[in-house]
Design a protein around this ligand. Structure first.
Ligand SMILES: Cc1cc2nc3c(=O)[nH]c(=O)nc-3n(C[C@H](O)[C@H](O)[C@H](O)COP(=O)(O)O)c2cc1C
Length: 193
């Protein structure tokens, strides 16, 4: 668990299907609120699916960057990078949340808490996916682009209406060794009574 790092550069080698299945299955062993298992996974191996997603997300991203008044050259560079990260990942996994099996409440206080519970549950599966990938000798990174363009992702991949995109993972055999990361001191993080 301590040696897992975010990996953003991959060898072009494909990931065998049983390995992909294994990491997805391990992800589903995560704890979830009421054991409702609200995680869903859209797995992109085919180049045309990746490029459809990359193009759709890039045009949405362009709109946001234009609104930020970013210079055109910078926009083009950012979009190229965003596209190539998707297209060059051996496998892209869009992690979604499905609220269908969660509890329904008439008031927003409890409905919001239930939604947070589902988000926390889905995040557990996300971390478990990354750890399982690491255990298989793969590398991966969690990215948050789909949170900014959930409808675009849904429509590019033709996902069910109830699948809410939460995160996108790039997974493959590592082609980089990340440098040591700075860690906050334990004493700044823990209060013991
Ligand atoms: C919720 C979340 C969102 C993230 N979004 C991105 C992202 O959009 N792009 C990216 O390159 N890394 C993203 N990361 C990876 C973090 O940058 C990374 O986990 C952090 O820098 C610590 O490094 P490590 O994973 O190597 O320990 C995200 C991680 C999390 C948990």
């Amino acid at each position: 668990m301590r040696t897992r790092r975010s990996i953003r550069r991959f060898k072009p080698d494909p990931i065998p299907d049983p390995v992909i299945q294994n990491i997805l299955t391990t992800a589903t062993f995560a704890p979830s609120a009421h054991n409702r298992q609200p995680w869903r996974f859209a797995v992109l191996k085919a180049a045309d699916a990746k490029s459809r997603l990359a193009e759709a997300m890039a045009s949405d991203f362009r709109r946001d960057l234009e609104r930020d008044n970013m210079p055109e050259a910078e926009i083009t560079a950012r979009l190229d990078k965003s596209r190539s990260r998707i297209n060059n990942s051996p496998v892209v996994i869009v992690l979604c949340m499905d609220m269908s099996d969660m509890d329904n409440y008439p008031d927003s206080r409890r409905a919001d808490a239930e939604r947070v519970m589902a988000i926390q549950s889905v995040a557990n599966a996300g971390l478990q996916l990354l750890l399982a990938a690491h255990a298989e000798g793969l590398g991966g990174v969690w990215t948050c682009g789909p949170l900014f363009a959930p409808e675009v992702v849904k429509s590019a991949l033709n996902l069910s209406q109830s699948w809410e995109p939460q995160a996108m993972f790039f997974v493959g055999y590592p082609d980089e060794s990340p440098k040591t990361k700075e860690m906050k001191s334990m004493e700044s993080l823990v209060k013991t009574f």
